[in-house]
Design a protein around this ligand. Structure first.
Ligand code: CMC
Length: 422
């Protein structure tokens, strides 16, 4: 049996045979036979926008791997910065490479003072931290104009280090600003996640160290969120980056895409939904409203996972370790019942709707003391690594500018009518 497909143009009888390679067929071959005839695929449901060697997803079987390593093993054994190195460089670091990488990140965490003041002064006191983060990351572009030289790999890596290092600092600054609390400077004696928690939560302590169980949970959540191949925000970063815009504005575009409730904003929406449901007894009625099309069950469903989201399973386990320290989140019982009811209901079963990464993460974040508005920011910090890994891969591939076509359905050519005659 030939690993190929044959397409015949019934208007002319001409045919083209296209080989199937790595589970895909090359649209350039289609274009040779049928120039000007477009595939209509509005939400990219059947379009692979690129080849990529970074992350592997098997939605039918609930598999997620970074550079070939199963997510379960990385979540159990690795750290976020080690995973970041892996995603960006293709291999796990040696001990020496690891130390150099951690040193580099640790020594790029500070923000230029003018920039830090901009974070504090330019926004209203109740600014949503995702709006603040999105515009701040774009603002970084003006501080590092050399970032425009996207052709130089070492210059690219310098900007990657800056972005990975500074995202937690910007995020914590946004939080402290919203709380009216003074900014806490980064500390070089702490690892990446501990330093982030210190910048978030320490008050008048020189020696703040987070609870080890909470620190580990943060590390796991960062690892799980580090990449997820060509999702909405990564695609946004790649599309903007394909015009050869600098990495700061490309990552800012990705932040904007992540902000929406169908993507990274879902973790925030889950908590609002659980609070709206309010009690265990109201779950059944809420599920009926979802089935009636009045609501969406936030934290449920995924474009790719049609069996289960492996990240949700790991997060559910991590939640118990967190609650052992913080006490059980009172919304957990509602979430568990919602999951139980939904998984037994044909509406959700038939549509293959399962809990996704966002269903339980918000409960952990809330128990750790993060306000709901910060949840999507907590997604953006680790995902910055994935955005940049794909941005870098795209430039290494020498890609063309992203420019889809459309199928025009408007009116045919007509003459301009003067306003008095309309
Ligand atoms: N609650 C109720 N019904 C749903 C849901 C949901 N959460 N998700 C999908 N459906 C239904 C939808 O109404 C449709 O039904 P029908 O065939 O009768 O019209 C069917 O399932 C297919 O939905 P879809 O909108 O075509 O699916 P999609 O692949 O375009 O959307 C999704 C995927 C994640 C945007 C969607 O499932 C959703 O909105 N979920 C809630 C938001 C959420 O949790 N997002 C986080 C995703 S994971 C992390 C991330 O990417 O950031």
């Amino acid at each position: 049996m030939s690993e190929s497909i044959t397409i015949t143009d019934n208007r002319t009888g001409e045919a083209v045979e296209i080989p199937i390679v790595n589970g895909g067929v090359d649209a350039a071959e289609w274009k040779k036979l049928l120039p000007g005839l477009w595939f209509l695929d509005p939400a990219f449901g059947t379009t692979a926008s690129t080849e990529s060697a970074i992350t592997y997803l098997d939605g039918a079987n609930g598999v997620l791997e970074y550079r070939g390593y199963p997510i379960e093993q990385l979540a159990e054994k690795s750290s976020h910065l080690e995973v970041a190195y892996l995603l960006l460089n293709g291999e796990l670091p040696t001990a020496e490479q690891h130390d150099d990488w951690v040193h580099e990140i640790t020594h790029h965490t500070y923000l230029h003072e003018n920039f830090r003041r901009h974070v504090h002064d330019a926004f209203h006191y109740d600014a949503h931290p995702m709006g603040l983060l999105t515009s701040s990351v774009a603002g970084l572009s003006t501080f590092y104009p050399e970032a425009k030289d996207i052709e130089d790999p070492s210059n690219r890596m310098e900007q990657i280090v800056r972005l990975v290092a500074k995202m937690p600092t910007i995020a914590a600054a946004a939080y402290r600003f919203s709380m009216g609390l003074p900014f806490v400077f980064p500390r070089n004696d702490l690892d990446y996640t501990s330093n982030f928690l210190s910048m978030m939560f320490s008050i008048a302590e020189d020696d703040y160290v987070p609870d080890p169980a909470l620190k580990r949970a943060m590390e796991i959540l960062f690892i799980l969120h580090a990449d997820h191949e060509q999702n909405c925000s990564t695609t946004a970063a790649r599309v903007v980056g394909s015009s050869h815009a600098d990495p700061y504005v490309s990552v800012s575009a990705a932040c904007g895409a992540l902000y929406g409730p169908r993507h990274g904003g879902a973790n925030e929406a889950v908590l609002r939904m659980l609070a709206e449901i309010g009690s265990y007894d109201n779950v059944d009625a809420y599920v009926e409203r979802v089935k009636g099309g009045e609501e969406r069950l936030m934290g449920f469903g995924h474009r790719v996972y049609k069996n289960y989201d492996p990240r949700a399973r790991i997060i559910k386990d991590a939640a118990h370790d967190v609650f052992a320290v913080t006490g059980k989140n009172p919304l957990l019982d509602i979430a568990l019942k919602l999951e139980e009811v939904a998984l037994a209901d044909p509406y959700f079963v038939d549509r293959k709707l399962y809990p996704n990464v966002d269903f339980y993460s918000g409960l952990i974040y809330q128990s750790m003391g993060f306000p709901t508005e910060m949840f999507t920011v907590l997604f953006a910090i680790p995902r910055t690594v994935g955005w940049l890994a794909h941005w870098q891969e795209m430039l290494e591939q020498g890609s063309r500018i992203a420019r889809p076509r459309q199928v025009y359905t408007g009116v045919e050519t007509r003459d301009y009518t003067p306003i008095e005659s309309r």
